[in-house]
Ligand binder design. Structure first.
Ligand code: HEM
Length: 428
């Protein structure tokens, strides 16, 4: 098994069955192993490694992702914040309290807010990223002396797409923190305590809670469902795909970009879209039409090119040339899977790692819900924007969606054993 894959699946410790991953959870995520709900809370993933955790890690059930704006203009303050965050993140992902031991001094507020005290690590991963506005402000001014190291991907930014109504205050930001865990309280505890640590240096810009993963990032995981009721994450990049595929689609390679080569090689890009789903309208669409819109069977997730779908057909490759009983294409050329498939996008692939969200309801009693879509890609300019552009114009699914927020962040590689902060090569 190659090294990065091993890391993603729980680290050498987990795979070898020694310390690091709690009891019965050893082997979770490895091909053939069954994802076990009972032990999901016992999982512990190593914080340090070649790549950051929370990308290839088998997608956990809950997410709390937040972006922060740095309010201090001093580079040292930014460094201190990232060092403090690194220490706290390492402690929390190990299932420890922020500060390590419980606070002994009763005259001060405890270092850890306490709501996950005694809770197992629950597979918590914390992934950090840097946004364009950390490098330059909206007038193009170099904020921390980092502008010349800004990746071209961030410099170019995200283009505008049809049918979007983006909220600026819920989009982008200077720093990204994605916390994923199998216990929602553990994920909330992580963001809450990092927010608290940031007080005086950075403030929360937006946060999104997601429940129910909408992707699988390991072949050992069962495919979950999105709020339209369809299995989502079937044809995804999986951690078992091997270094060759992952290097091609996921990890930034040396030579990809001169400005950021020294600190982004081995990293990736995080692209999120908060997509509102018109559930009430969708729920009035016939089952046959719903399946035509997606291009897959609703029950099993099988491609419509499979004549008699059953539970074994989910992973049958899509056949876009196959005909149905009427002699028409079994999968409509405007079906979602046809629009976004690598076969129709010059082979471009992305690692999807999104979550369902529900933010309450509007005044008419309609659910304010949808998909917090997250893709990790080596280069969004070739692997995401062209696909989303075609989707916005041609995909039958687009009519039932509205993009409400967008976020692009550079995700540096993981922390080495002696690193004191995330993004050490950028900031040291
Ligand atoms: C709320 C919005 C969305 C819904 C409900 C949705 C739903 C689905 C479903 C049900 C599948 C089939 C199962 C699978 O292979 O995972 C799928 C596949 C896929 N979706 Fe989406 N999706 C949404 C947005 C997006 C966006 C914004 C993108 C990227 C621009 C995207 C990219 C993909 C890709 C690449 C696949 C795999 C296609 C293949 O190779 O078979 N999806 N999606």
């Amino acid at each position: 098994m190659d090294r990065r894959r091993l890391f993603a699946l729980g680290g050498a410790a987990g795979a070898l069955g020694i310390a690091g991953v709690g009891g019965g959870a050893v082997g979770y995520g490895i091909r053939g192993a069954k994802a076990d709900k009972r032990s999901a809370t016992e999982l512990r993933y190593p914080f340090r490694g070649e790549i950051q955790q929370g990308i290839l890690t088998p997608a956990q059930d809950n997410m709390y992702t937040a972006a922060f704006d740095v309010t201090d203009e001093d580079l040292d303050s930014l460094r201190f914040l990232l060092e403090d965050w690194t220490v706290a993140a390492e402690q929390m992902t190990a299932g420890e309290l922020v500060g390590g031991a419980p606070s002994a001094n009763r005259e001060f507020p405890p270092a850890d807010s306490g709501e996950a005290w005694g809770y197992p690590a629950s597979g918590l991963t914390i992934t950090f990223g840097f946004g364009r506005s950390l490098f330059v402000d909206d007038k193009g001014r170099d904020r921390f002396g980092l502008a010349e190291k800004m990746p071209a991907v961030l410099r170019d930014g995200v283009p505008k797409f049809a049918n979007e109504a983006l909220r600026t205050d819920a989009s982008d930001g200077d720093l990204l923190v994605q916390a994923c865990a199998n216990d929602p309280q553990v994920a909330v505890h992580a963001i809450r305590n990092l927010t608290r640590i940031a007080f005086g240096t950075a403030k929360l810009r937006w946060g999104q809670i997601g429940y129910g993963r909408t992707s699988s990032t390991s072949t050992a995981q069962e495919t979950p469902r999105n709020l339209f009721g369809f299995k989502d994450g079937t044809n995804n990049i999986k951690s078992e795909d091997g270094d060759k595929e992952l290097d091609k689609h996921l990890w930034v390679q040396s030579g990809d970009d001169d400005a950021s080569d020294a600190w982004m090689t081995g990293g990736t890009y995080f692209m999120a879209r908060k997509i509102h789903m018109y559930l009430e309208i969708w729920d009035r669409v016939s089952l046959a039409e719903q399946e035509d819109i997606i291009g897959r069977d609703k029950r099993y997730g099988a491609p419509q090119s499979v004549a008699s779908p059953d539970a074994d057909a989910e992973f049958t490759p899509l056949d876009f040339a196959a005909k149905n009983g009427q002699g028409d294409r079994a999968i409509d050329a405007r079906a979602h899977v046809a629009i976004v498939a690598p076969e129709h996008n010059h082979g471009a692939m992305m690692l999807r790692r999104g979550y369902n969200y529900t933010d309450g309801n509007d005044s008419l009693g309609r659910l304010d819900a949808g998909l917090f879509f997250i893709a990790y890609v080596r280069d969004p300019r070739t692997q995401f924007y062209p696909i989303l552009k075609t989707m916005a114009h041609k995909d039958l699914l687009t009519e039932y969606l509205q993009h409400q927020a967008s976020a692009l962040f550079a995700i540096p590689p993981g922390l080495g054993e002696s690193d004191t902060m995330i993004g050490q090569k950028l900031l040291a």
